[in-house]
Design a protein around this ligand. Structure first.
Ligand code: ATP
Ligand code: BTN
Length: 277
């Protein structure tokens, strides 16, 4: 278990700038910006802060053990990546959080579009692409809470400027915000203010109406809509055409045997012609 290395003056200045950019919405977030930790998701999952009614946000300048789904690694570089997590507690009575990682992807996509990024696409269940290349990943982990709906830790890693020698394993194409915008990306406080603003709106919609209210907007950005795909599981691969997602955020795959519903979990979606992974 690793420690959090707490704020430096520059991390504190970033947090102060972020709070001021959030304006009145800042009161709904508890912001913590640290110099270094193993993984912002791990910190919030392993030691969730007490519930004070706010959404806790942990930002790290540097992660030493960033994680993706199913034990995979998320690579980031100090000053060249945005890595943070939110801890969101659902109100009592809220149903199980279906489609949450898709909803989070949509909030991130909207924030990027608002900042001028074109060609933003969503890859089921948890990636944000720009023109087919991975810009950001989202990792949602649920925390059981006794007698209440689970809380969710939503972690986001976004490439700002990939080092020229970045070697990212098992990923067909990666990109960064500098390439997507064709110039210097906004500062991390400015980016986070846009992203948290979108999450703020999304939490309201999602809490009131769930993923069905967001499904159409997700499908508009579906990177593989009506394209041939393979869904690889531990022991089998399904092939078909991507027919979108259902109200629970499950992938719909049109196959010779009809439309099959695939739950995120132990499966990975790939374009059918990509035989490399
Ligand atoms: P899946 O479709 O199963 O989600 P995935 O390749 O997107 O597959 P994830 O667990 O979502 O897998 O993300 C982790 C993967 O992301 C790593 O295995 C690596 O290929 C890729 N990755 C790691 N760091 C970065 C990064 N900074 N930018 C883009 N991709 C990265
Ligand atoms: C993925 O593509 O699998 C998701 C990657 C998520 C990476 C972010 S970086 C901030 C947070 N902390 C982590 O360890 N992971 C998430």
């Amino acid at each position: 278990m690793s420690s959090i290395r707490p704020s430096t003056p520059s991390a504190r200045a970033c947090a102060t700038e972020l709070a001021s950019l959030l304006g009145a919405r800042a009161r709904d977030f508890a912001l913590e910006w640290v110099e270094c930790c193993d993984s912002t998701n791990a910190r919030l999952v392993d030691a969730p802060p007490a519930d004070d009614g706010r959404v806790h946000v942990l930002v790290a300048d540097r992660q030493t053990a960033g994680r993706g789904r199913r034990g995979r690694q998320w690579l980031s570089w100090e000053g060249a990546s945005l890595t943070f997590s939110l801890l969101w507690r659902f109100a009592p009575g809220t149903p199980a959080p279906a489609g949450l990682s898709l909803a989070a992807g949509l909030a991130l996509a909207r924030a990027l579009e608002q900042l001028g990024v074109e060609g933003v696409q969503l890859k089921w269940p948890n990636d944000v692409l720009v023109h087919g290349e991975k810009l950001a990943g989202i990792l949602v982990e649920l925390l059981p809470v006794r007698g209440r709906p689970p809380a969710a830790v939503i972690g986001i890693g976004l490439n700002l400027r990939l080092p020229a020698d970045a070697a990212i394993p098992d990923q067909a194409g990666v990109t960064d915000l500098a390439a997507a915008l064709g110039g210097e990306p906004p500062s991390r406080p400015v980016l986070l203010a846009a992203i948290l603003g979108e999450f703020h709106r999304l939490f309201d919609t999602y809490a009131a109406a769930g993923f069905p209210a967001l499904r159409g907007a997700w499908e508009q950005r579906n990177a593989f809509a009506e394209l041939p795909v393979a869904v690889r599981g531990e022991s089998a691969t399904l092939q078909g055409t991507c027919a979108g997602v259902d109200d629970d955020g499950a992938l719909l795959l049109r196959t010779g045997d009809g439309v099959q519903r695939v739950l995120a979990g132990d499966v990975s979606l790939r374009p059918l012609l990509d035989g490399s992974r």
